[in-house]
Design a protein around this ligand. Structure first.
Ligand code: AHR
Length: 539
């Protein structure tokens, strides 16, 4: 079969197709990809491509909020460039205000005249006191956050304080946000503070990491709290409740949390209360590694990608437990923190705590993660990268008037056409990539991918994790579909460490890639260490 495919490629090259001229004999596997676009599967919820921003170091302050008097271009204090770039990728949501910060945050501190707002405790203040606004200044509160959401066109996802708050504080925040104008006194107060119309927030997180910084609870203890917090919830519109889920990157995947929580909710009628979303956290955690975000060898490249794709096992394991308690599978995942987390050493500056260098490796990790999310679209309502700017797996870095998009940003741009599409199965016939450098000669997909269809547009995204070999990929449509035209973009660089800096912001970026289209087949060459997005128009 491989010989057959090679024969095809040789004849394609012989036909003189410009993009394929110079094709050398293949040294590695090539790939046959079979897709039937006439059998669309579940909707890929646009919220899968969501965001997370926390009051932590330079995320909110400087990253997003530069202040109304700043010389940095801004809209009501919000960095204009950030708004423009978020619009460009169609950012569907923003999770706020934390993170660990959320369970120490009291929303009333962030309303009213900015000069009169109190300076308050921030979870990160005593742990990483060098951080920007380590003592919380409360200049960015719910009104500023909702202004940001409106500017970007994103939906708000608020994380409520369970760790140090009360159900009443939570319910008041809901009423303040959602009560129609002229009803409750809290709605009047909102109007006095500048927003007559309700915010209509649908997504409410009931705490964050309640197994850790959000309260150090067991799954069963949290189930009791969860009931209390949602029992008297003011329902101005149908809420979507997100319960705290497991620490998926812990050694055992934290399946005990999921059992404890769902088991704790169980009564004779089943779950008894609604759990719309279950907040899985999965960090590709390399904090203990000798390498950092910028300096790594080939082993480090593959190790990060390998640990990244392990999220698929974690999704499947927890879904299995959830299905036991919720056979109708009404509860969906909200993977509201995911991304790479390296040891310190590459921060933008000491005050920009938990910021780190993002390289081409992070872009490939992003793409492979998105392919997994797409393929599990039936299970996932939302996902939120941690965090959007100046922290961990960021899309942007900003310090004062300096600003850049990171390599990871471009994966969001490339995958945008999947948002709101219908998943179609892509059968990728290629041997797995064996990595002798990793323990047990671990394996990675020879080519990671996913596909979706919307009307007559078919999007196929592919990632080649190999540092050595390109892959010639032949996408063949079954079910009688035929192609009208195709185009593709590629994200790659000859240096696996390539990154964008304030001085060289365009070192890593998108380029056009040739696609050969004929009848029911599209053929592309996926370079080594590259992400490719192929946009095909069906007849
Ligand atoms: O994203 C940084 C921190 O990681 C968040 O505050 C917390 O929820 C997680 O542990």
């Amino acid at each position: 079969m491989i010989a057959h495919r090679r024969q095809f490629l040789e004849s394609a090259a012989a036909a003189g197709v410009a993009a394929f001229a110079g094709l050398r004999p293949l040294q590695a596997a090539d790939a046959d990809i079979d897709i039937n676009p006439s059998q669309p599967g579940p909707l890929i919820n646009p919220h899968i491509y969501g965001h997370f921003i926390e009051h932590l170091g330079g995320v909110i302050y400087d990253g997003i909020w530069v202040g109304r008097d700043s010389k940095i271009p801004n809209i009501d204090g919000i960095r204009t460039q950030f708004v423009d770039d978020m619009k460009r990728i169609g950012a569907p949501n923003l999770r706020w205000p934390g993170g660990c910060f959320a369970d120490g945050y009291h929303w009333r501190d962030g309303i009213g005249a900015s000069g009169k707002r109190p300076r308050t405790y921030n979870y990160w203040e005593t742990r990483m006191p060098q951080g920007l606004h380590a003592v919380e200044s409360n200049q960015f509160g719910i009104h500023e956050f909702m202004r940001l959401c409106r500017l970007v066109g994103a939906e708000a996802y608020l994380a409520a304080n369970v760790g140090s708050g009360t159900p009443q504080e939570f319910h008041d925040w809901v009423s303040y946000s959602n009560a129609p104008a002229g009803t409750l006194s809290l709605a009047d107060e909102r109007a006095t503070n500048g927003d007559k119309e309700p915010f209509n927030v649908k997504y409410w997180g009931v705490g964050n990491e309640s197994w850790g910084c959000g309260g150090n609870m067991s799954g069963g203890e949290y189930a009791t709290e969860y009931r209390k917090y949602i029992a008297q919830f003011p329902v101005y519109q149908r809420p979507f409740f997100v319960a705290t889920g497991p620490r998926g990157h812990s050694a055992d995947g934290d399946v005990g949390w999921t059992e404890g929580f769902f088991g704790g909710l169980q009564n004779v009628r089943g779950l008894g209360v609604r759990v719309d979303g279950f907040a899985l956290h999965y960090y590709t955690d390399f904090r203990q590694s000798a390498e950092d975000g910028a300096t790594f060898d080939a082993k480090g490249w593959y190790a990060v990608l390998h640990k990244g794709v392990h999220i698929e096992n974690v999704i499947n394991d927890h879904w299995g437990i959830m299905s036991k308690y919720d056979p109708q599978q009404r509860t969906k995942f909200v993977i509201d923190e995911w991304g790479n987390w390296y040891r310190g050493g590459t921060e933008l500056g000491p005050e920009y705590i938990l910021s780190q260098t993002s390289t081409l490796r992070d872009a490939l990790h992003t793409a492979m993660t998105f392919d997994i999310f797409n393929r599990h679209a039936d299970k996932i309502e939302m996902a939120n990268v941690a965090q959007t700017i100046n922290c961990l797996h960021s899309l942007f870095a900003a310090v004062g008037d300096k600003y850049t998009r990171t390599p990871a940003y471009y994966a969001f741009e490339m995958y945008r056409p999947h948002m709101g599409g219908r998943l179609v199965t892509a059968r990728i016939d290629i041997p797995e990539l064996t990595v002798p450098l990793l323990e047990g000669s671990a394996r990675l997909p020879g080519l990671s991918g996913s596909a979706s269809v919307r009307d007559k547009s078919l999007t196929v995204t592919l990632t080649n994790p190999s540092l050595q070999d390109r892959v010639v990929a032949r996408i063949r449509l079954s079910g009688g579909a035929r192609l009208r035209e195709g185009r593709a973009t590629v994200l790659t660089h000859q240096d696996m460490h390539a990154t964008n800096t304030f001085d060289k912001p365009n070192e890593v970026g998108l380029a056009a890639l040739a696609v050969q289209v004929s009848g029911d087949t599209a053929t592309i060459i996926v370079p080594k260490q590259a992400v490719v997005a192929v946009l095909l128009q069906l007849v």
